[in-house]
Design a binder for this molecule. Structure first.
Ligand code: COA
Length: 260
């Protein structure tokens, strides 16, 4: 698979997807969004990939949002279609069935912050800046930023960020719970790779079901979410990995999970 605006490398079970338009701070134009859609579907269906890292090219920006050159000329119909396409791509990330780590190496603004929020875990460089500056362009977020931000940091904090459009530091984002960790910029990719390798060694079916239990369960009434969890708990009992995991514990050795 070839891409003009993405780099995709493999390191064992970990795939690293880099948005590669550094001249425009990795802004997402329509082509890049479509390349992301194709890359993510490919990673979803490749059973040898067990964790994914998403980052931005260069040392200045993760993703500085949707490409404002395209936004500036869109019609109402284009705008609606654009938002639906962006939301779809981010949904694919959230529902990949494998952990996706956002390695936020600089500006994560607008669509960049929204993409990071669709990831499973966010690690930020201490130099990163995050925010939803759409209000300053006279628009609203269109890749579900109003929804994911409120769910991650709470309604009041989300409304403040969305209405001021302010950029916040990585440390402030950590204080709000918007990022999981802040690390020195020079260590960012190593930290992300180490975490990705740790997660890639876990039992893949259990990983997938935990992701589903949290992501789908949060959208359900609590009693239904509990039944959903109980069903997944029952289903993993059918896996070789459950037998391997429990046996390895009893035999005092490290489990070797196969994804079956
Ligand atoms: N869409 C298109 N181009 C963008 C872009 C975006 N979202 N973000 C940055 N760029 C381009 C700039 O136009 C500039 O291009 P040029 O070199 O041809 O002039 C280049 O990337 C570098 O950006 P610049 O603004 O010169 O860098 P800076 O360090 O002064 O500022 C930012 C960095 C991120 C604060 C600033 O670029 C910015 O505010 N970008 C827009 C963020 C935004 O509103 N995103 C939400 C979009 S919905």
């Amino acid at each position: 698979m070839t891409f003009e605006n993405l780099l995709l490398e493999r390191d064992g079970a970990v795939a690293v997807l880099t948005v590669n338009r550094p001249k425009v701070l990795n802004a997402l134009n329509a082509q890049t969004l479509d390349e992301l859609r194709r890359a993510i579907l490919d990673l979803k269906h490749d059973a040898s990939v067990r964790a994914v890292i998403v980052t931005g090219a260069g040392d200045k920006s993760f993703i500085a949002g949707a490409d404002i050159n395209e936004l500036a000329v869109q019609s109402p119909i284009d705008g609606r279609e654009h938002a639906i396409r962006g939301q779809h791509v981010l949904d694919l990330i959230e529902h990949l069935g494998k952990p996706v780590i956002a390695a936020i190496n600089g500006y994560a603004l607008g669509g960049g912050c929204e993409l990071a929020m669709a990831c499973t875990i966010r690690i930020a460089a201490d130099t990163a800046k995050l925010g939803q500056p759409e209000i300053n362009l006279g628009i609203v977020p269109g890749y579900a930023g109003t929804q994911r931000l409120a769910r991650i940091v709470g309604r009041g904090r989300a409304l403040e960020l969305l209405l001021t459009g302010d950029q916040i530091t990585a440390q402030e984002a950590h204080r709000l719970g918007l990022v999981n960790r802040v690390v020195p910029a020079a260590d960012l990719l190593n930290e992300a790779r180490t975490l990705a390798s740790t997660l890639a060694a876990k039992a893949p079916v259990a990983v997938r079901y935990i992701l589903e239990a949290v992501n789908k369960g949060l959208e359900m009434p609590f009693p239904q979410a509990q039944i959903f969890e109980a069903t997944l708990f029952g289903l993993v009992a059918a896996t070789d990995d459950m037998r391997e995991g429990t046996r390895a514990f009893l035999e005092k050795r490290k489990a070797d999970f196969k994804g079956r």
